[in-house]
Design a protein around this ligand. Structure first.
Ligand code: AMP
Ligand code: GLY
Length: 420
């Protein structure tokens, strides 16, 4: 089968790497892709937001399956348009992708289905939002509605900060806001594959969202991750599935908008049990890289079972009984304006240590690999413990020469402290 993979990050490099291992694959195409993805796929020049162009490409190249990596095309309804044309897709349609596209949609669904999550109000006006702040203690969480890529969230520790966040959101026309109670606890991510009815756990991970060691500095898309996340014990995972994931999948099916793809639940493990922070309609980045590093099955076969509604008859996914840990190497300046164009060498040396280096934001300039974005490489390794996986990952990081980049040095620190 010919497959088209959409996206250009480390997540998509990890997906391409696994898809390329499937005996079911004939040709893999990718758009926009990156130099790492190009090792496994033919890079093609299609504007992913031009749905007509994507469909035309699929028809001309006998594409039987499209794997959509990032959220934007899902929220824009590319899945619906491909399915209408009879092309199988990994990733939800537009309506169920609202779980990621609209925080308000998700909060309202949680309220209807009694899914544990932070108490909240949705406000469409500045004055309404400012008045509603009075109903919350401190800290309080202010979220812009709509796709915000993690940037539209403020945890305000003072009333002034909270008001400032509301004012900033309503400085744009048509804005709306969700104001939430602050949840105490440790965060973990749970990934579930579902075809709309049947579902199966695809494992857990813990991300590191702040740019600096010890979880300091501004929020990023994620500076490193490991999987599994032992803090999400089997008991807590079962509780999260029963109280959060299952009611969500059932509610969407009931209203005729079943969710097909991977459902990524961002959880806060509070003293009173797991609560939903947010849903994403795709794999996490860089969480996907650690999941793929551990996954031992045929990714294409599994994704096809999801897309065809055949998950109930498919064997459960299998994983190496090891920890995978990935360290993001970012360009100086990230998460502000990253310094692009810096040369990168030593990936071969890093991989000679047994690690896998996924490209996230790279491009070729002549024969030289250079940084082209904020998050540049995801250096990923396996170990018997988080500590061993961390040591292996940093051995590989240290083999890479990327003078205009940086990484955190403490990925996995919470779990390593518990391992003692
Ligand atoms: P979100 O974009 O909703 O995932 O939020 C980004 C980050 O803000 C999360 O990963 C949490 O670290 C934090 N956050 C969001 N909502 C809450 C909440 N209600 N309580 C505590 N922290 C939160
Ligand atoms: N690493 C967080 C995300 O993919 O949303």
């Amino acid at each position: 089968m010919n497959v088209l993979l959409l996206g250009s990050g480390g997540r998509e490099h990890a997906l391409a790497w696994k898809l390329a291992q499937s005996p079911l694959l004939e040709r893999l195409y990718a758009a926009p892709g990156n130099p790492g993805i190009a090792e496994h796929a033919e890079i093609v020049d299609i504007a992913v937001n031009d749905h007509r162009a994507v469909i035309d490409f699929c028809l001309r190249h006998s594409i039987g399956f499209v794997v959509i990596g990032p959220e934007a095309p899902l929220v824009a309804g590319l899945g619906d348009n491909l399915r209408t044309m009879g092309i199988a897709v990994f990733g939800p349609n537009k309506a169920p992708a609202q779980l990621e596209g609209s925080k308000g949609f998700t909060k309202d669904l949680c309220a209807r289905e009694k899914i544990p999550t932070a108490g909240y109000v949705r406000c469409e006006s500045r004055d309404g939002a400012l008045a509603s702040l009075e109903d919350f203690g401190l800290p309080v969480v202010i979220k812009a509605d709509g796709l915000a890529a993690g940037k539209g969230v403020t945890v305000a520790f003072t009333h002034e900060e909270a008001e400032g966040a509301v004012q900033a959101i309503f400085s744009e026309a048509g804005a709306s806001v969700v104001i939430e109670e602050f949840l105490e606890g440790e965060e973990a991510s749970l990934f579930v594959l579902t075809d709309g009815e049947a579902f199966v756990s695809f494992g857990s991970a813990q991300d590191h969202k702040r740019v600096g060691d010890g979880d300091t500095g501004p929020n990023t898309g994620g500076m490193g991750a490991y999987s599994p996340a032992p803090v999400l014990t089997p008991e807590l995972e079962t509780q999260a599935i029963d109280e959060i994931v299952r009611p969500t999948i059932e509610a969407l099916a009931r209203v005729g908008t079943p969710y097909s793809g991977v459902l990524y639940a961002g959880l806060m493990l509070t003293p009173t049990g797991p609560k939903l922070i947010e849903y994403n309609a795709r794999f996490g980045d860089p969480e996907c890289q650690v999941l793929m590093m551990r996954f031992t099955g045929d990714l294409l076969e599994l994704m096809l079972a999801v897309a065809r509604g055949e998950l109930a008859n498919h064997p459960a996914p299998t994983f190496a009984a090891k920890t995978a840990l990935t360290v993001v190497m970012a360009a100086n300046g990230y998460p502000g304006t990253p310094e692009t164009g810096g040369a990168i060498t030593g990936i071969d040396k890093a991989e000679a240590t047994g690690a896998k280096v996924f490209h996230a934001g790279t491009r070729m300039e002549g024969d030289t690999l250079v940084a082209s974005g904020g998050r540049v490489l995801n250096v990923t390794a396996l170990g018997d413990t988080v500590k061993e996986a961390q040591e292996a990952a940093y051995r590989a990081v240290d083999a890479i020469d990327f003078p205009t980049g940086f990484s955190r040095r403490d990925i996995g620190w919470r779990e390593i402290a518990r391992e003692g």
